[in-house]
Design a protein around this ligand. Structure first.
Ligand code: NAD
Ligand code: UDP
Length: 328
């Protein structure tokens, strides 16, 4: 039994991680400012005496005693992280410094949730961890991409300077139950648009690709990375099967038996054309690879959103792009 801090623990990935850690017997402190996280994601954990929730923004210091820190706090949807870009940068810089400082004081191990966005619009395909990336430092995605790149640099420099025990995972597009229906990311948009019989908004011609990993697989990869002793990373964690956005839309409609139309809107600036992880390192180091096929993951995710609608939970709407609007 360990004492573990999960920042961003009320978010999509964080809530699944908290649940898994509690299930195996750990004490879990969830720190979240509820910017994009939701209380409903962690409601079912509230009665557990080994679970604590602290409403706190990691941009400010916090004093806790823990043995491990999973640092997930940061909005992940392009629309959400562009809503207040300076805050997004602060979360990945000041916030990460605070969490690294906490790890240093507690002599805790810190795993940082980095992202495939550090590769930008990649010129190397599939992306290996030694690829340095192709990021526009001034574009609308830069607050997130460059923030996450600085965060990796901070982790590495705390490791080199203070011998801090860090782990870096680069997460590729992950989906599943508990991604907020108004999150703005493609899975949430497409499925909820189909549920509401609204047109499916494909940005660009839909030929751009992503590689979609189911949340259970991703959480397993993160925990394995945290609990191994061999490498600080970075390690790509994601599903290496690439799907175009148009194919994704068609698959969702086919599974749902929906006849709603596809409409094509302008592609947001700097939207990466292709993205696919090379997971050789994760396979070798973690003996990990994704198990859940896209079709099965979609069935689970659709069932979750359908239930949420039936439960009359609030699905906030601001046009079909969700709560944050469409990314620039
Ligand atoms: P999410 O938006 O659902 O969760 C992020 C959580 O962090 C939310 O609960 C939010 O309220 C909280 N948060 C944001 N800023 C904070 C701050 N300053 N202080 C405290 N809490 C704060 O997104 P997610 O998909 O669960 O992503 C979790 C992490 O994984 C993020 O760091 C993200 O960059 C990374 N990641 C996710 C994906 C993915 O496909 N889901 C891909 C790459 C990287
Ligand atoms: N996308 C889309 N329609 C939407 C939302 C997203 O076509 O309603 C596209 C988006 O332009 C991108 C891909 O889907 O090419 C994945 O977008 P998402 O926001 O989920 O994550 P990203 O990988 O871009 O960070």
């Amino acid at each position: 039994m360990r004492s573990i801090l999960v920042t961003g623990g009320a978010g999509f990935l964080g809530s699944h991680l908290c649940e898994r850690l509690l299930d195996r017997g750990d004490d879990v402190i969830c720190v979240d400012n509820f910017f994009s996280g939701k209380k409903r994601n962690i409601m079912h954990l509230m009665g557990n005496p080994r679970f604590e929730v602290v409403r706190h923004d990691i941009v400010r210091p916090i004093f806790l005693e823990v043995e491990q820190i999973y640092n997930l706090a940061c909005p992940a949807s392009p629309a959400a992280y562009q809503y207040n870009p300076i805050k997004t940068i602060k979360t990945s810089t000041n916030g990460v410094i605070n969490m690294l400082g906490l790890a240093k004081r507690c002599q805790a191990r810190l795993l940082h949730a980095s992202t495939s966005e550090v590769y930008g619009d990649p010129e190397v395909h599939p992306q290996t961890e030694d690829y340095w990336g192709h990021v526009n430092p001034l574009g609308p995605r830069s607050c997130y991409d460059e923030g996450k790149r600085v965060a990796e640099s901070l982790c590495m420099n705390y490791h080199l300077t203070h011998d801090l025990d860090v782990r870096i995972v680069r997460i590729f597009n992950t989906y599943g139950p508990r991604m907020a229906p108004d999150d703005g990311r493609v899975m949430a948009n497409f499925i909820n648009q189909a549920l509401r019989d609204e047109p499916i908004t494909i940005y660009g011609d839909g030929g751009q690709t992503r590689s979609f990993c189911y949340v259970d697989d991703l959480v397993e990869g993160m925990i394995r990375m945290m609990d191994q002793e061999e490498s600080i990373g970075p390690v790509n964690v994601g599903n290496p099967i690439e799907t175009s956005i148009k194919e994704l839309a068609e698959m969702i409609l086919e599974i749902m038996g929906s006849k709603t139309e596809l409409i094509f809107e302008d592609l947001p600036a700097d939207d990466p054309r292709r993205r696919c992880p090379d997971i050789t390192r994760a396979r070798q180091l973690l003996q990990w690879e994704p198990k859940v096929e896209l079709r099965q993951g979609l069935v689970n995710t659709i069932a979750y959103y359908r239930q949420l609608m039936e439960d009359n939970a609030v699905i906030r709407r601001k046009g079909s792009a969700g709560a944050w609007g469409k990314p620039q």
